[in-house]
Design a protein around this ligand. Structure first.
Ligand SMILES: Nc1nc2c(c(=O)[nH]1)N[C@H]1C(S)=C(S)[C@@H](COP(=O)(O)OP(=O)(O)OC[C@H]3O[C@@H](n4cnc5c(N)ncnc54)[C@H](O)[C@@H]3O)O[C@H]1N2
Ligand code: MOO
Ligand SMILES: [Mg+2]
Length: 421
């Protein structure tokens, strides 16, 4: 059976990232956070825009003050007052200084700033009480960034610091990748909506809520398509509709070996290419992954051939397969230049972790920081794939590879950190 890492590689190979020519939109800078920049940005401005002062003090000529001390201060005539935002008019001659403030333009002729704590003022004269560093406290024009060079590359996720840089470079709007569209629906006659009284044998469809939250947290746009009965005709209609409007489709349930598990059969009747039908993992074994090469049969919202994930119905399996396979796929699709692969941390296990060793086993729990070292604490209660309850308040999945049946307390364990973006 397919290993987890092989399955991840197959899935990532199936993902074509959004194209910056057509899958982009213009957003205002105030609403750009966490979007992915679609085109590189350069600025016509130098940073700093001009030589400016880093301190409140006096702009002087270094050669005038290079032998200054408290015992033998240099005395200079103050010829101009230069607050920030003011354009100096004077040229500083030998024996002269200008009063200057942080961020203000360094006047012609001056090459050093003395901070005011190292001076004493007497009317229009200033006593320099200490020899400053040559060119001290001057922020030189273009010393942070040269106009016309690349300011930010395409394919990065915009966080606060990138947005601040774009604001400083006067980019009120920018081109970002559109959000990937991820269609979600649940299958199963036993499923009931959240607001209906449950009849015997019925359960609430919780998977759609889980997936909608996970999709939104990943920066993609969830298209919530509801519950589909275990009925081949209804299912075919739902799948055909979903792959026509979305880049990625997530169904849950109906992918195992039961008589009412129709998903794989319907995919075949829609001429899908099924790349994965089972993975050597627990939970999440009966995962189905498919694409639709001959998409001309379906009018497509976007030229992308939708990537279809038939997630297993068990609630824990839905979450684990999303975190392990769907999240990297959405990240790669989103246009981000790098960092879509799943990243594992090596941490210490607080508890004994067991597996039957037959499948790569994922156990949910919580990472605690103990004396600066991460420790994995396994969630109490059953780790059955059908148990959703003890998944609440977890933030990590510990992984026991195939063949590993026991990890003892204090032993190292690989974990997948969750909900960290
Ligand atoms: N004889 C075998 N039986 C099963 C096997 C097997 O290999 N041989 N595989 C087991 C494994 S592993 C998994 S995982 C499940 C997954 O099967 P399905 O994808 O067909 O899931 P369903 O049968 O539709 O449902 C499983 C379980 O999850 C509940 N469920 C379904 N949808 C939702 C939802 N939207 N929200 C909440 N809970 C949901 C459903 O009621 C079932 O209890 O198959 C095993 N069986
Ligand atoms: O694969 Mo399943 O082990 O029950 O989730
Ligand atoms: Mg089933």
């Amino acid at each position: 059976m397919l290993s987890v890492s092989d399955a991840e590689a197959i899935i990532l190979n199936l993902v074509q990232p959004l194209a910056h020519q057509r899958d982009t939109e213009i957003v205002d800078l105030f609403t750009a956070d966490s979007r992915i920049l679609a085109t590189a940005v350069t600025s016509p401005l130098d940073f700093p825009h001009w030589d400016n002062s880093a301190m409140d003090g006096y702009a002087v000529r270094y050669e005038d003050v290079q032998h200054s001390s408290t015992e033998k201060p240099t005395v200079l005539e103050i010829v101009e007052d230069i607050p920030a935002g003011y354009q100096p008019k004077s040229t500083i001659q030998p024996g002269q200084a200008a009063r200057i403030f942080t961020g203000a333009v360094i006047p012609t002729g001056a090459d050093t700033v003395v901070m005011q704590e190292k001076t004493r003022r007497q009317e229009n004269r200033v006593f320099i009480l200490d020899t400053p560093k040559p060119q001290g406290f001057v922020r030189y024009k273009a010393s942070f960034y040269q106009a016309g060079t690349q300011l930010l590359p395409a394919g990065i996720k915009l966080n606060a610091s990138e947005i601040a840089v774009l604001a400083a470079a006067q980019c009120p709007q920018l081109s970002v990748y559109r959000r990937p569209r991820v269609a979600i629906f649940s299958t199963g006659d036993e499923l009931m909506t959240i607001d209906q009284p449950l009849q015997p044998g019925q359960i609430v469809d919780s998977n759609q809520y889980a997936l909608a939250a996970l999709v939104r947290q990943s920066g993609a746009e969830p298209l919530i398509l509801g519950i589909v009965k275990d009925d081949p005709v209804a299912l075919e209609k739902a799948i055909a509709h979903a792959i026509a409007i979305a880049d990625i489709v997530l169904s849950s349930g109906g992918v195992s070996v039961g008589d009412y598990d129709y998903v794989d059969k319907i995919l075949e009747s829609l001429k899908a290419k099924i790349h994965i039908q089972a993975v050597e993992m627990r939970p999440g074994k009966p995962l189905t992954v498919a694409t639709f090469p001959n998409t001309d049969a379906i009018n497509r919202a976007s030229p992308h051939s939708a990537l279809y994930f038939g997630l297993p119905g068990n609630p824990a399996a839905v979450l684990v397969t999303f975190w392990r396979f769907v999240l990297p796929a959405i990240k790669k699709l989103s246009g981000i230049a790098e960092g879509w692969e799943t990243v594992f941390l090596k941490v210490r296990s607080h508890d004994e972790l067991r597996s039957d060793g037959k499948r790569e086993t994922y156990l949910w729990g919580k990472l605690h920081l103990i004396d600066g070292v991460y420790e994995f604490h396994k969630a109490g209660g059953s780790h059955s794939s059908g148990n959703l309850i003890n998944l609440a308040q977890t933030n990590a999945l510990a992984v026991l590879p195939v063949g590993k049946t026991l990890i003892s307390p204090q032993e190292d364990v690989q974990v997948l950190q969750l909900n960290k973006d």
